[in-house]
Write a protein that binds this ligand. Structure first.
Ligand code: G3I
Length: 455
């Protein structure tokens, strides 16, 4: 008897093995899924450039043998057989839809599914499911107790267009991204070039926009002739004093504040003063000398020490507070750059920058805020999840800043207007979306986050 049963099992075994091998895994009470190496449903989708309520669907399924592709456009109704070329589907009603491509062969099926979000008040189908903000609030009007800043360039203040209009509409302070640094304003010994700086300052004065001067002394924006200065150390010091005096005097009454020294602290162990031609030729007290000369040139201008990683590096933060403590009455404020990410530094570390500044009775400038959504380069496009996390971080930073006492408030400056203008893309060599406006100047969820931080 037992041999007969064994024979019967052996007789049907090949068929059973064949079903398993070509039919793939039996989902737990679900459909039989075709093995990926056999066929894998896949499609790309994009928004029509001529109609933002039209979705373009491109079947990219690859596989072996015969298979059938059918669409479920997520709008109800029967499956639609895939046609050669691009499918164009209208989505006119607001909502969230699941678009599916179902691919079947005689062994089973495979599905690719993507979510489509439609918000007609934001323009129709939302790119990557991220709907542009329709919030009409004006940033500088919503921030009633401090300047809302952004950066600019001579080409942009003179260029007109959306960039200039958004700058004038939403921002109450401007910072020159690079044209008010020594390498641009003092390109050769005895030869100043204030052309770009004048354009930016005049734009601010003409439009009632606060102008923050950035930055008199920075090792990264030092002209070669200064780096290779051939005179004595005493002659070097005289040259620096003349440069600071000339520049600050020129903009007296027009520029409200200066970053006198930028990024003087080294990132290495113990965060000593960074080596630079200024430190090497003028001594460790070069910072105090520069602040004194700026103070002498314009007793009314606010003088800031500016640096980065103030939140993420407690050691650097301590070193910075030691510098400003040593400066005494020569310094009016701390510039914390705030080049951060959606996932850090923590709110408590950001708060520590504010607390240390406030406890010293100094002004706080969150000076260069951008919030990377792709710090680990694991995204090729901004996802809804990252956009929302970035929004939450903007809200957190603004809330911390807005919560400091009025006397310690100065400005919160965002380091760029629209994502594709950000320095971060070249600096890190990969795509990111760190700012509040999309490349088409539409407002991102981050914009709403900024406003929510003011509530
Ligand atoms: O616009 C000119 C272009 O006409 C020219 O062809 C090209 C090549 O010479 O240069 C272009 O200007 C460059 C400018 O960025 C605009 O792209 C300057 O050379 C370049 O030096 C400048 O870099 C700036 C950098 O500081 C150095 O000044 C960045 O825009 C600016 O975002 C960056 O900002 C710094 C802060 O000042 C301090 N904190 C860190 C932050 C990021 O590095």
């Amino acid at each position: 008897m037992k041999y007969k049963n064994l024979f019967n099992i052996l007789k049907v075994l090949p068929l059973f093995l064949l079903i398993i091998s070509c039919e793939g895994e039996e989902g737990s009470n679900g459909p039989i899924i075709i093995p990926v190496e056999k066929v894998q449903a896949a499609f790309n989708m994009s928004i029509s450039s001529s109609d933002s309520n039209v979705l373009l669907l491109d079947n990219k399924t690859v596989g072996t043998g015969e298979f059938k592709s059918e669409w479920d456009f997520g709008q109800g109704g029967a499956l639609v057989l895939d046609q050669p070329g691009i499918e164009e589907i209208r989505f006119d009603t607001d909502g969230t839809f699941s678009v599916r491509l179902i691919v079947t062969n005689d062994a089973g099926l495979t599905v690719d599914s993507k979510t489509v979000v439609v918000d007609n008040s934001s323009g129709g189908i939302c790119p990557n499911g991220i709907c542009a903000s329709t919030n009409s609030a004006i940033l500088k009007d919503a921030a009633t107790t401090f300047f809302v800043g952004n950066i600019t360039r001579a080409s942009r203040v003179n260029g007109g267009g959306q960039h200039t209009e958004i700058l004038k509409t939403h921002f109450s302070s401007i910072t020159s991204e690079y044209e008010m640094k020594m390498d641009v304003m003092y390109p050769s010994e005895g030869n100043y070039d204030f052309t770009a700086a004048d354009a930016i300052v005049n734009f601010g004065v003409d439009n009632g926009i606060n102008v923050h001067g950035h930055a008199l002394i920075w090792h990264n924006a030092t002209p070669d002739w200064v780096k290779n200065f051939s005179g004595t150390n005493a002659e070097f010091e005289t040259m620096v004093k003349d440069y600071i005096t000339t520049t600050v005097t020129r903009y007296k009454g027009k520029i409200a504040s200066w970053d006198v020294v930028n990024e003087a602290i080294d990132d290495g162990s113990g965060n000593p003063l960074r080596s630079s031609v200024f430190k090497d030729k003028m001594g460790d007290d070069y910072i105090k000398k520069c602040f004194q000369w700026a103070r002498d040139a314009d007793p009314d201008v606010l003088l800031f020490y500016n640096d980065y990683n103030m939140a993420s590096s407690p050691g650097k933060r301590t070193a910075m507070f030691n510098i400003v403590d040593d400066l005494g009455d020569l310094v009016d404020g701390v510039g914390a750059q705030m080049h951060i990410s959606y996932n850090g530094p923590s709110a408590s570390n950001i708060q520590a920058v504010a607390d240390g500044t406030v406890s010293r009775g100094l002004k706080l400038h969150f000076a260069e805020l951008d919030i990377r959504a792709n710090p680990n380069n694991d995204q090729t496009s901004l996802t809804a999840a990252r956009a929302d996390a970035q929004k939450v971080k903007f809200k957190e930073v603004v809330k911390i800043y807005n919560s400091i006492p009025l006397d310690n408030k100065y400005a919160l400056t965002v380091w760029g207007l629209k994502d594709n203008e950000s320095w971060l893309i070249d600096f890190w060599g990969h795509i990111d979306w760190p700012l509040m406006f999309n490349d088409d100047y539409s407002k991102k969820p981050a914009y709403d986050g900024f406003l929510e931080g003011l509530e």
